[in-house]
Design a protein around this ligand. Structure first.
Ligand SMILES: Cc1cc2nc3c(=O)[nH]c(=O)nc-3n(C[C@H](O)[C@H](O)[C@H](O)COP(=O)(O)OP(=O)(O)OC[C@H]3O[C@@H](n4cnc5c(N)ncnc54)[C@H](O)[C@@H]3O)c2cc1C
Ligand code: SF4
Length: 493
């Protein structure tokens, strides 16, 4: 690296691709917020990397992407090689480049972050994959030797897709089942288009199908097909079931029709945005749920400050709400999601009320929704996970007026009954138990059943689901070669 290149970060500021103009966003555009780097911009931004000897970005990335190496390839205009390298660690780099909370992961750990602005790692990752796909690049499986083994993957979310990708690269046939009519899991039915355009998922589907992955969609295991059928017809099964048990907070009055659970709201709206008929497509687990109310001109309050909450507030802005307020029970620094998305929400006009805990949903005398009674909080002692609890301040109650309340407190996994019958254990919080003494990583209590992603970790991130699906595929390949788990006394601590 030349001296001039080494100090490029001093001369060039960190820059993200241009955003959709604010006016378009606040008047209903669901277009992906960030545009794409052109060749020159990508090369320039990649050139800001210091190529640290011990790259913290790489360590902090859950899939341990070879970030400085692919940044260097981009700088040299070698985008196809960069795409190859991206895919060595990450089966879905174009998704992660778009939706990872980079400010908490790779970019947050970048040496330049504090004083000069982190390298725009996510945007370059998106540029690499989009450009390579547009140029016709596809993963090369010509050297893969078929093993004759077949694996069923239940769930076409990031965990299932990553697993299927790695299985076919190991010569194992992969058939992916999903109860939904499209692949992607929450990428498709949860995350709004302004964060991830759905054409990106369609491209990935075509790429995976080109690699030989088969999809059987609209099939719910346990309802349309029994797990016993999969165990009979396949050599192993991977479960990437996600986390769909809704946390409603148990607020008095929450059954009021003006109160919406976050996910059906986002899914219904996502279907409208992408031109699919929401009435004809039941939302799995929410079949009886009433359609979306009109939000135009309404005062909307969203309870919860995570990624889901941010997606709800920003969708409500685009749907023409008169005002959108996010109430969160801790302070801003404790918000679990991406600070970048909070900044975007604020820019779009969302009001934030921190240290407010909801107590009950109140109706007016005519039955219409009146709002949410909230109490102010202060931060108390850290809990077992090190998170400081929100402690209510007596006498600080007030009414937060609202026409519509959206509850976005998060999700937890729920182990289906058919798994328990097969000896697959779940913790009290619904998380499937995998690995441990005598088991391969991601192997459940049943030898042929493996699991990963949100159903194992609890609701988390796309990139952690990708990592688990990827690594579960390696375990499955080992198991199918007849390899056993390393006894616990020989495992590394
Ligand atoms: C609104 C929202 C916004 C989010 N935003 C972000 C973000 O910006 N960045 C980020 O990193 N993470 C985000 N997340 C989290 C991220 O989407 C999840 O952590 C990730 O999708 C988990 O992947 P998964 O494959 O484990 O599960 P999922 O994506 O949930 O996929 C599971 C799939 O399994 C299918 N399935 C379940 N049971 C069955 C069955 N019995 N038969 C057939 N199919 C079945 C489901 O239909 C689903 O398609 C967000 C989550 C939500 C809810
Ligand atoms: S996968 Fe996510 S964390 Fe890793 S480099 Fe890409 S954007 Fe950063």
């Amino acid at each position: 690296m030349s001296k001039q290149q080494l100090f490029q970060f001093l001369e060039s500021a960190r820059e993200m691709p241009a955003k959709v103009p604010l006016e378009a966003r606040t008047s209903g555009s669901f277009d992906e917020l960030y545009g794409r780097f052109g060749k020159a911009e990508a090369e320039h931004q990649a050139g800001r990397c210091l190529d640290c000897g011990n790259p913290y970005c790489e360590a902090k990335c859950p899939v341990h992407n070879y970030i400085p190496n692919w940044l260097e390839l981009v700088q040299q205009g070698r985008v196809i090689e960069a795409a190859e390298l991206c895919h060595e660690t990450n089966p879905l780099p174009e998704m992660c480049g778009r939706v990872c909370p980079q400010d908490r992961l790779c970019e947050g750990a970048c040496t330049l972050n504090e004083d000069f602005g982190a390298v725009t790692i996510g945007a370059v990752e998106k540029y690499i994959t989009d450009t390579a796909f547009a140029q016709g690049w596809r993963p090369d499986l010509s050297k893969v030797k078929p093993t004759g083994k077949r694996v069923a993957v239940v769930g076409a979310g990031p965990a299932g897709l990553a697993c299927a990708d790695r299985l076919v690269r190991s010569g194992i046939e992969a058939t992916v089942f999903d109860r939904y009519e499209q692949i992607g899991g929450l990428l498709q039915f949860g995350i709004p288009s302004f964060k991830l355009d759905k054409s990106v998922i369609a491209t990935r589907r075509a790429v995976l199908e080109g690699m030989g992955v088969r999809f059987k969609l609209g099939v719910e295991i346990g309802r349309d097909l029994a797990i016993a059928d999969l165990l009979r017809d396949f050599d192993a099964v991977f479960l990437g079931l996600g986390a769909y048990r809704y946390t409603d907070g148990g607020l008095p009055g929450q059954d009021h029709p003006g109160v919406l659970p976050a996910l059906p709201f986002l899914v219904h709206n996502g279907r409208l945005v992408t031109g699919r008929d929401p009435q004809g497509q039941p939302i799995a687990g929410w079949e009886d749920h009433v359609p979306l109310p009109e939000l135009r001109g309404k005062r909307v309050v969203v309870l919860g400050g995570g990624d889901t909450g941010m997606d709800c507030v920003r969708s409500a802005i685009r749907l023409g709400a008169a005002s959108v307020t996010c109430a969160y029970r801790r302070d801003e620094a404790s918000m679990p999601g991406s600070a970048r998305e909070v900044g975007n929400a604020r820019e779009e006009g969302v009001q934030f009320l921190f240290n407010r805990q909801p107590l009950e949903i109140l109706a007016a005398a005519d039955g219409a929704l009146a709002g949410v009674r909230v109490v102010e909080t202060t931060l108390g002692a850290p809990d077992a996970n090190g998170r400081r609890s929100a402690v209510a301040l007596p006498g600080s109650e007030s009414l937060l007026a609202a026409d519509v309340v959206i509850i976005a407190f998060g999700f937890a996994p729920q182990a289906p009954a058919w798994l328990a019958e097969l000896g697959v254990q779940a913790q009290a919080n619904g998380r499937l138990v995998v690995g441990g003494n005598g088991r391969l990583p991601y192997q459940t209590g049943h030898d042929a059943l493996f699991a990963g992603g949100d159903c194992v970790r609890g609701a988390d991130l796309v990139v952690t689901a990708v990592q688990e699906g990827r690594d579960a595929a390696a375990s499955i390949a080992r198991a199918l070669r007849g390899m056993k788990a390393i006894p616990s006394h020989l495992q590394q601590a």
